[in-house]
Structure formats: structure tokens, C-alpha cells
Ligand binder design. Structure first.
Ligand SMILES: [Fe+2]
Ligand SMILES: [Fe+2]
Length: 354
């Protein structure tokens, strides 16, 4: 333990600073060990490896001449760096499970803890969920996003600390069973055959087995992992439960799960706005998602977009000033000094989110 750490950009690193944790590449290989004193070569090496930010000990920053702590990067960067580290931990946990090891409860706890401690940064979390995306690492990012979103919904619903923690944990672990599905099925680029799809669907049961085996995880969390693909009308899997039999954690995870999956697909397939995703959720989830949870989610999420800048189909730039709860893709916007209600002016649409 060598005191406080600061995350700084590699470009601002100076010889003499000491790393505050091991720096790893995206495959988990160690580039520099913890408490390594940086020299020009090491800094160059970090840059060549594409590392942008590293944690260094405050004490070592102060001993380097001409350095002041203003270099320490903002919370926003801290947030993104930590997010990437958490993603890395999930990746490792999933690969451990697929190679037959048990779920690492300490790793899960660490992520849940860091997520909850960042709860004040809702806006950052939402931005991150919307922006950070990578196809080949889809599951890891997806787990993190679903975890963050589930935590936020539990908070918005005022469910109390215990439920907030369970929802964060369930979100993180909901797809952990995918580690047991053959990798050819997980990574198959085209459409799955019926039998492959059946195997894919078993990830809920595999996940339940993995999570319930760990006795320190609450059974409600394991049940939520088992039932996160159940639907309100009983048409989901694996049990075909109706809404009254699905626990609240699973309902919260289901809303986050569908939102994240829709956002991911949208970002790749079309350049679309989050409003469109909100609207699709509102209109396509009848009989699928719990209406109370969905409403809390939509009302709170859309609130964050008031004040956003958008481009309209007329080419003009506008600011979102009021969300229309009946149709989230058509808010009231302000163009210079005039207001346009897109729910009334149907020929004008939002084409881009700026
Ligand atoms: Fe799933
Ligand atoms: Fe999922």
C-alpha cells in the first residue's frame, strides 16, 4: 500500500512515476508490474501498446520535478478507465468458468462494489452504456451495462440497499451461463439453427447452476439469473412463468437486458437515436416486460436526454426541451427561439444525436 493513486494519461507520464497497479494489455498480459518506476522506454512501450491511462502513486508524482496534480484526469476518465478494468475482470471470470473453474465471488464483489460506489455518476454511466461497444467482446460489456442499468432502476424504484446490491449482482451474472455454451454457437456469425438456438437458451439454466453453487450469493440472485428470459405473459423460457411468479430482480434485469441488446444492435446496424430505442421498448414490450419497471426505467432514462442536442430531418440543430411520454422518439425541441412539438409536426424527425 503506497498511498493515494491518480489515474493519468500516458501522454502526461514522466520518468520517475510509479505504477499503482499492474498494467495489462487487452488480452490480460502484464506490460508493467505494480510499483514499477517509469522510464522513457516504459512510457514509449505503453504508448505503443495503445494504453491511454494508467494509475500512478500520488507520492511518486510529487517527487517528479515540475509535476502538479492538475494532470490527474477528471472523474469522467476515471470512470471509463475503471469501467474498462471491470470489463477485463468479467472477461477473466467468464474464461475461468468456461475452463471449469468456479465463479470467483471476490471478483464479482469487487465489480459490484465499484459500481455501487459510482452510483452518483448516473449520467456517466448512461453515456458509457450508450457509447462503449465492441462486437467481439459483446458479452463482457453487456454484463457491465446490464449490471449498471439494473442498479440504477433499483435505485430509481427506491428498493433499498440490499435490493440495489442484488440487482447489480444479478445484472452482472445474468448471462454467466454463456460461458458453458459452445463457443462456436456464441460466435457464430449467421443465424443459429433450431438446435443451436435451443442450446443457447440453456444459458439461463447453466447460469443458475453456476451461481447457486456459490452459497455466498443470495438465492434470489440465482433465481433472477434463471428467469431473466421469462416474459410477463408466460411465453418466455426456461420455465414459462407468468409475471406474478417472476421475482422483481429478474424483471429489472429483463428491462436492462432488452434495452442494452436493442442499443447494441441499433448502434451497429443503423445510426439511430436513443429515443428510437425508448420508443421501441415502449411499444414492443407489452406482455414481455413488467409495466411498472419499464415505466420507471423510461421516465428516468429519458429525463437524462432533456437538454441534448440533436439534428432534425430539416438539417437544423435543435435542443430537446421536453419528453413526450406517449412517444419518446418525438419530444418537444427548441430551434433557435422557436419550439417544435415533434408529436404534432410529424413530417420533421430527429435524424441524429449530436
Ligand atoms: Fe440472457
Ligand atoms: Fe443478456
Amino acid at each position: 500500500m503506497r498511498g493515494r493513486r491518480f489515474i493519468i494519461s500516458v501522454d502526461s507520464c514522466k520518468p520517475g512515476m510509479r505504477t499503482a497497479e499492474a498494467i495489462v494489455n487487452k488480452y490480460g498480459g502484464v506490460i508493467l508490474f505494480e510499483d514499477t518506476s517509469l522510464d522513457e522506454r516504459a512510457i514509449e512501450h505503453l504508448k505503443n501498446m495503445g494504453i491511454q491511462y494508467i494509475p500512478v502513486y500520488e507520492e511518486s508524482m510529487l517527487t517528479v520535478s515540475g509535476v502538479d496534480k492538475d494532470w490527474a484526469i477528471t472523474d469522467e476518465y476515471n470512470f471509463n478507465v475503471k469501467y474498462e478494468q471491470d470489463v477485463h475482470t468479467i472477461k477473466k471470470a467468464l474464461s475461468d468458468i468456461s475452463s471449469g473453474k468456479r465463479l470467483n465471488k471476490e471478483a464479482t464483489d469487487g465489480i459490484v462494489h465499484s459500481m455501487i460506489s459510482r452510483a452518483q455518476e448516473n449520467r456517466n454511466m448512461i453515456d458509457t452504456v450508450m457509447q462503449i461497444r465492441s462486437i467481439d467482446e459483446y458479452t463482457y460489456y453487456h454484463c457491465m451495462n446490464v449490471s449498471m442499468l439494473s442498479m440504477m432502476i433499483a435505485r430509481w424504484m427506491d428498493l433499498g440497499d440490499t435490493m440495489v446490491k442484488k440487482c447489480t449482482e444479478a445484472g452482472l451474472l445474468h448471462d454467466v451461463g454463456k460461458a458453458m455454451v459452445p463457443v462456436e454457437i456464441i460466435n457464430k456469425p449467421g443465424k443459429l439453427t433450431d438446435s443451436e438456438f435451443e442450446e443457447m437458451k440453456r444459458h439461463s439454466e447453466y447460469g443458475y447452476l453456476i451461481v447457486s453453487e456459490n452459497r455466498s450469493i443470495d438465492h434470489d440472485v440465482a433465481l433472477a439469473v434463471l428467469t431473466h428470459h421469462e416474459k410477463e405473459d408466460g411465453s418466455g423460457y426456461p420455465l414459462g412463468l407468468t409475471g406474478d411468479k417472476i421475482n422483481q430482480i429478474a424483471k429489472i434485469v429483463a428491462v436492462s437486458d432488452i434495452f442494452d441488446a436493442m442499443t447494441a444492435n441499433r448502434v451497429y446496424k443503423y445510426k439511430d437515436t436513443p429515443f428510437k430505442v425508448f420508443e421501441l421498448m415502449q411499444h414492443q414490450s407489452f406482455g414481455v416486460l413488467d409495466p411498472t419497471v419499464l415505466n420507471v426505467f423510461l421516465n428516468n432514462m429519458t429525463h437524462y436526454y432533456v437538454g441534448s442536442k440533436v439534428r432534425l430531418s430539416t438539417g437544423e440543430t435543435a435542443e430537446v426541451v421536453f419528453m413526450n411520454r406517449l412517444d419518446f422518439s418525438r419530444p418537444v425541441v427548441k430551434v433557435e427561439e422557436s419550439f417544435i412539438d415533434l408529436a404534432v409536426s410529424k413530417t420533421v424527425t430527429i435524424v441524429e444525436f449530436l
